[in-house]
Design a binder for this molecule. Structure first.
Ligand code: HEM
Length: 540
């Protein structure tokens, strides 16, 4: 009996000792894990990597800054630090941020720095894709991009632009009518969305034209997180996904009829780039849902920056009366007129494929606009350890970029640099890109002017650069230029009290939008009426 009690007591003691030990072990493990986790928050850098820029609020400062101010945060870090390149520690990760135009150009030229990994990641988030399409998407992506680029020139570009213009014109007021618009941004945005989708899918069967609610669906989707990366709230995600699904369904219906390929190329109003890309995808095993999902990504690429760029070009033109007068004169170079019998009106025929050659002031207006409104981030990932350098001789600096790290290429510091663009770089000045003194001196071979022109070239990249240069840049430019030409030549536009349009402030930056949007509180009420002048008469 005594022995039994003794052994039971020993059991209890050893059990409590074991529990004690277990507790101590668990605490040690937790402590080790905590130390490891805490240490991993401080990114370890090779001394050859770009220097770390630590946040003011330890550990979480940068994440918080990016969540609140998106690329505005990166621009403000540049204003504070002046660093041409640095490492941004982001909790357990790091991102290299490149500000200097020389290093941005070096990044564009370096094939080890690529956008492709982001495409691969995006494809993983495209839930609508079949396994077969998911497999081959990345492989055929370069060919799809190539097909977009090659069809963006000459006759095909003119044809696409004509489709877009024809969609735009019916929304403009007839002679003698004053069109009162509540918000110029929404008005133009919605019309250009139909125009752009018609130029892609043909005006006859364009789902966005047949079902105008899709226009809202697109902009609601765009207001969320189209990249499906940053939207952390379930509600936000759900909303973005619902609008995406609505557009996807409409495109499934469109592609199910094979409208894009059922008519011979010369008779079809579907853009050749869509016909080609979709034919390639079908040959590669994409089903109709896959085609619709991938074309939705193209639509997004076509609209998201083109439409705000066209808006801002018009806003800058109509908010500056002196500029507007010059543009009106210059626009005449790309138009021929025909009298319309007995009506006192004249028909203007726009030479829409020659605006870029015949209208240097319109082109300069677009360029200066893009310099000011393209202020976002471009993205690359390091495929293999690589180096980038800037400076020469003693001032040369070389930085090691480590495999797997993401890179932000910031447009703001280049596009808004006073050293490069001269005084008041935040203001619109037509003569910046078109600076006669610089051009003339350049032609006379003056070294200083040559280097000024070179640095402006380097520091201007609204369409990105290198292998990933935007394949749609020619279409975007022709849409903005032709819309601007029609508006300045044919129409007067002013605030309801008759004063010139007030240039709206920018809305707070958003990570997925690299071109600025007008502020939601901006007063964008305008009246538009058909113009009458000695030179152009009444236009039709
Ligand atoms: C003003 C309008 C536009 C702007 C400012 C713009 C800007 C850009 C930029 C900055 C990039 C990334 C380039 C880089 O990372 O180096 C890009 C890529 C792209 N853009 Fe545009 N874009 C515009 C219009 C268009 C249009 C009209 C289309 C299609 C018709 C288009 C299709 C694309 C596509 C598909 C890509 C991805 C390229 C790739 O994955 O390699 N863009 N664009």
């Amino acid at each position: 009996m005594y022995n039994q009690i003794r052994s039971a007591m020993i059991d209890v003691v050893s059990l409590s000792e074991n529990t004690q030990l277990l507790r101590i072990y668990s605490c040690c493990l937790l402590l080790i894990f905590g130390c490891w986790w805490f240490r991993s928050l401080f990114v370890q850098l090779d001394p050859r990597e770009p220097p770390a820029l630590n946040p003011k609020i330890p550990i979480v400062g940068h994440v918080w800054g990016l969540m609140r101010h998106a690329h505005g945060y990166i621009n403000s870090l540049y204003r504070q630090s002046g660093l041409s390149i640095y490492t941004l520690p982001l909790l357990h990760r790091k991102v290299y941020v490149i500000n200097s135009p020389t290093l941005v150009q070096a990044a564009f030229a370096n094939r080890r720095l690529s956008f492709m990994p982001f495409v691969v990641d995006f494809v993983k988030r495209m839930d609508e894709l079949s396994p077969a399409a998911r497999e081959i998407y990345g492989e055929i992506h370069p060919q799809v991009m190539q097909s977009i680029s090659t069809h963006m020139t000459g006759k095909q570009l003119k044809r696409m632009n004509s489709v877009q213009l024809k969609e735009f014109l019916p929304y403009l007021p007839e002679n003698g009518v004053v069109l009162e618009i509540e918000n110029l941004w929404f008005w133009l945005r919605d019309i250009l969305t139909v125009g752009t989708t018609s130029m892609l899918f043909g005006a006859t069967d364009n789902p966005w034209k047949k079902h105008p609610s899709l226009v809202n669906a697109y902009w609601n989707y765009e207001a969320g997180d189209p990249s499906r990366r940053f939207n952390l709230t379930a509600v936000g995600n759900r909303r973005t996904n619902i609008h995406h699904a609505t557009m996807h369904d409409a495109l499934v219906e469109y592609f199910a009829t094979c409208y894009d390929s059922s008519i011979a190329a010369q008779d079809s109003d579907v853009a050749e780039m869509i016909r080609d890309a979709v034919a390639l995808q079908r040959r590669s095993g994409f089903d109709v849902g896959d085609v619709a999902a991938s074309q939705l990504a193209i639509i997004h690429g076509s609209i998201v920056s083109t439409v705000p760029t066209a808006f801002w070009t018009i806003a800058y033109a109509f908010s500056q009366p002196e500029l507007l007068a010059k543009l009106r004169e210059n626009a005449l170079a790309a138009v021929t007129f025909k009298d319309i019998d007995d009506t006192g009106m004249r028909q203007a025929i726009v030479l829409n494929d020659q605006i870029d050659v015949l209208c240097p002031l319109l082109v300069a207006t677009l360029h200066e606009t893009q310099r000011l409104v393209s202020i976002g981030l471009l993205h690359r990932r390091v495929l293999e350890d690589t180096q980038v350098s800037e400076g020469i001789g003693e001032a040369k600096r070389t930085y090691l970029l480590k495999r797997g790290t993401a890179i932000f290429l910031a447009s703001g510091p280049s596009h808004r640099s006073d050293q490069i663009w001269g005084e008041a770089p935040d203001e619109f000045r037509l003569d910046r890109l078109q600076d006669n003194a610089v051009i003339q001196a350049y032609e006379n071979g003056q070294e200083k002017a040559k280097s000024a022109a070179r640095s402006r070239n380097k520091a201007y990249f609204p369409f990105g650069g290198g292998k990933e240069l935007c394949p749609g840049r020619n279409f975007a430019a022709s849409e903005a230029l032709s819309t601007l030409l029609v508006m300045v030549l044919g129409f007067d536009m002013s605030a309801p009290d008759g004063t010139p349009l007030k240039l709206p402030a920018f809305s707070p930056p958003k990570m997925t939008a690299s071109v600025a949007r007008p502020h939601k509180d901006a007063d964008l009420r305008v009246n538009i009426k058909r113009r009458h002048s000695k030179q152009v008469g009444y236009l039709r």
